[in-house]
Ligand binder design. Structure first.
Ligand code: H2U
Ligand code: ZN
Length: 351
């Protein structure tokens, strides 16, 4: 068989039924030595001007408590609101509109303004995992909310407005586009195979090993076969779980551990606070069992070659199809090659 890794090819993403063009011949030239290092220092622990730091006033006048670990509040500039009245209209399927209700919250991971998930301790990340599970559980109990999206935007490059460690939760009535795609595919796979698409995919990946980044007893992180972003990863539980609320205490510890390790590897890759958008995909909260859903996390980081050289989704990618030069296997190898001790914590004891 022709070595497909040497030649341009397309890979299929079975989760959303879309193709990515891979051009490995363009990166046959090896990485030209070490990446230039300009280690980015950690910032200040407290910023009097930060609207997420403990005790500070937010943009609309509310004041944050002096929280010690995590803090959740309703987004002051929510993209969706619970009280929006119902309306809909349609003009021949060409101009269709429908009201959308939702709940938007912000979750602060830590009172320490200078931290990131990568530099928080495992017990502190575990507290964040518990908050995510609680929020998912609470919002899933509101009958008109059918999906809960938990996501973190990190870094200015990703449009994050504030370096304070935090994430957002948007829960709403309709299934968002990406979820609707994954829902359809997983349901169909489950019906046809009597097994879970991601359980079966992970079994293949664990056998192959070459796209594995790191793992513990409960979770594994891979550069998915169909990755689009250079160092994209997919993190998922080894045991089948449809949502965060199904994770037992040791799985929650496992999740905290894998998040710390993946984000540390990211930061160490270019000795920078590695920007990304990450988020959980889990079963819709429409009251159905959704056994076909396998809880997973997508990390979509834009960096390509250094702390400043990023990938853009432009040109051919906007008009035709996503494309990548560095293969998923090459990216996984690079991520496996970096330390799990954070470059800012050199020599320090890590928990
Ligand atoms: P990002 O950094 O991902 O943009 O998230 C910050 C969120 O915090 C953003 O959605 C909200 C913004 O609306 N916010 C408040 O709720 N209160 C504030 O005082 C400022 C920002
Ligand atoms: Zn802050």
């Amino acid at each position: 068989m022709t070595d497909w890794r040497q030649h341009p090819h397309r890979r299929f993403n079975p989760l959303i039924r879309e193709w990515v063009l891979v051009s490995p011949h363009r990166t046959q030239r090896p990485w030209q030595g070490q990446v230039e290092r300009h280690p980015q220092p950690a910032g200040q622990i407290y910023d009097p001007n930060c609207y997420l730091c403990p005790g500070n006033e937010r943009a609309r006048g509310a004041r944050n408590p002096n929280y010690e670990h995590t803090f959740v509040f309703e987004n002051d500039f929510a993209a969706m609101r619970p009280e929006t009245p119902f309306f809909e209209s349609d003009q021949g399927g060409l101009m269709t509109v429908r009201s959308e209700r939702g709940v938007c919250r912000v979750v602060c991971f830590s009172p320490d303004h200078s931290l990131t998930l990568s530099r928080m301790t495992r017990p502190d990340i575990r507290r964040v995992v518990d908050v995510w599970a609680e929020q998912y559980f609470e919002l899933s109990g509101i009958d008109w909310l059918n999906y809960v999206q938990i996501f973190e935007n990190r870094g200015e490059m990703m449009g994050c407005s504030n370096p304070h460690p935090h994430c957002q939760i948007w829960a709403n009535e309709a299934l968002p586009n990406e979820i609707a795609k994954e829902q359809e595919v997983q349901a169909e796979y489950h019906a046809n195979h009597s097994s879970c698409l991601l359980c079966d995919y992970f079994a293949l990946e664990r056998k192959a090993g070459e796209r594995l980044v790191c793992e513990n007893d409960e979770f594994a992180a891979f550069v998915p076969f169909w990755a689009v972003w250079p160092f994209e990863t997919l993190v998922a539980s080894k045991a089948h779980a449809t949502g965060l609320d199904e994770l037992d205490p040791s799985q929650r510890d496992g999740l905290a551990d894998i998040l710390k390790r993946v984000t540390t590897r990211y930061d160490n890759l270019f000795e920078t606070s590695f920007p990304y958008t990450m988020g959980f995909h889990q079963r819709p909260t429409d009251g159905q069992a959704h056994q076909e859903w396998h809880l997973h996390i997508h990390f979509y980081p834009p960096l390509l070659r250094s702390a400043t050289v990023r990938k853009f989704m432009v040109g051919y990618e906007m008009l035709a199809s996503p494309q990548r030069d560095i293969t998923a296997e090459g990216a996984a190898e690079r991520l496996r090659g970096v330390s799990e001790r954070h470059y800012l914590n050199e020599g320090a004891h890590e928990t």
